[in-house]
Design a protein around this ligand. Sequence first.
Ligand code: SF4
Length: 681
Amino acid sequence: MAGTRTTCAYCGVGCGIVATPTGARAAEIRGDPGHPANHGRLCSKGTHLGETIGLEGRLLHPMIGRRRASWDKALDLVARRFRQTVAEHGADSVAFYVSGQLLTEDYYVANKLMKGFIGSGNIDTNSRLCMSSAVAGHIRAFGEDIVPASYQDLDAADLFVLVGSNAAWCHPVVYQRIRARCDAGARLVVIDPRRTETCEGADLHLAIRPGSDVALMNGLLAHCRAAGLVDERYLAASVAVPDRFWDTLEQGCDLWSVARTCEVEAADLRRFYELFAQHPRTVTLFSQGINQSLRGTDQVNAILNLHLATGRIGRRGAAPFSITGQPNAMGGREVGGLASSLAAHMDFAPENCANVKRFWGSPTIARKPGLKAVDLFRAIDEGRIKALWIMATNPAVSMPDAGAVRAALARCPFVAISEVMAETDCTPFAHVRLPATGWGEKDGTVTNSERRISRQRAIFPAPGEARHDWWIIKEVGRRMGWADEFAYSRPADIFREHARLSTYQNDGQRLFDLASHVAIGNAEYEAMSPFRWGGDAFADGRFPTPDGRARLVPVSQMPLQAPLARWPLTLNTGRYRDQWHSMSRTGLSPRLSRHREEPLVEVHPEDAAAFGLTDGGLARVSTPQGASLFRVALATGQRRGEVFTPIHWTDRQSTGGRTGLLPRSLVDPHSGQPGFKSTPA
Ligand code: SF4
């Protein structure tokens, strides 16, 4: 097939694309029929990628303050400020805040520079906001952050349970695959407080009370036990069950109590239990509705408990499946780009620190986790972080309580930004801006939700003076004094090193292992076909824990708070079908912008009446953190007492619709993931 095989810029489905340049900055985009993630399908965002690759708004030269600078001057300044800050205040006085938009090679070099050479764990990523509860849940249950599912499981499942996921809009090609299987007879249950497009055609929609997911899953597990559906043989062979796990679980888990807690009809709940009982080949897909919660990790473990206890894991068509938001959230997890992991799926155990330090030949090594995103920006506000490098992300919009994040950035003595766009909401706070290459110019790898590594390939030369992120980071490393250790010439050099680190002192202890790629040649790397690492994980019933067994993790439903008199509503936030993050790319496509032209607050008609709102009128949504104006859309799919706003609009596009100002910066205690889904409003 003519054209360049590459991967979509957007979500974690990781669809393969064939891109054919049709002009200096124009390309025809088709789905790659040979890519196992999508077999040629694309959603609206992927289809219209060709409309978003012009150069309008791009940052094309390094900038120091508001003045154009040479690369040498800009890189020297970043290196000098980081070196000085570390010398004066210690390694933990600096931080990187990076992104699931980076390619794995970029991520690897950033993680190596911060953890091995600067010597701090202070590198965190915007993936903290999207799937870190899934990571924490996987580690608690399996001993390692492994997604035990593949898209082939979708083709073999008889029952899909979608929890906290509007897949029809947010993971459309996965959803199309689910629908195709449903057309062949599989059943679909959607668990979501909102009635979304994903619910159309579902066999059952449970509009549970937000935050009651643990009660629901525990109730189902208790029912499975009573109905003899627990796989005792699998538990005996492969799963450690803590003392009193069942006694604790079964308290308050009768059907009526669960229905009351979740605020659903008992008959609907019974129907869900029956569907689960009748279809052992179940795939439970979960996304932000589970992860972006103050109890996200417990909610993940409630789902994993259910699959482990019923043996619905490690078999084709039976799996819990965390579907990731960003194109390379998974690659970031693999290199250790989260502050809570060291590198290559290793934690900060002393032997891991010693091994990674030896492997890198580094002068130092981070010996403890760094600050997670919310704590990191708090530390900036408190003056504990004095130099920050933001790469490929816009925390002034996307972090919870974004107003406080802006105030923190304004106080930070030094902020460097690697960016594709000239003006973002972070621009006013940047002392240095480094122009980075974007999709269609970058070269490297990404990992999708099912652990499949695919190549992203360039179809255009880097515009202006833009450079690849890995190059920018290694040049700063070189200028900080580590020229030999950051002597990469091409992404393949970095990928080989990343693969070797994954095997170093591994001996099968960790499933993340790229042994087949440690000696990959440059030409092979160029031609690399998509491949899945880890194969069919857990098919042998063995888990990467010291005793080889998974863990059931006792989790209980926390009491749900009644609405406060001053803040009687609950704000939920999320994506639109045709927009991505803060719209710096999708906002360039007129066709994508037609789907939703402005930010709406979706309100149940009875709430609208109570607040004197009319369809198409304006509403000011306020929370203890901030307020913003939205166009009102009456929506019977909203539960009473709950409103929904989109995450995409920023200062650049609109004076209203600023959802980022509204959520609290409260986080899940295990993962540090913010609870975006339930802000008193
Ligand atoms: Fe791109 Fe995701 Fe759409 Fe696939 S489903 S085309 S990866 S946005």
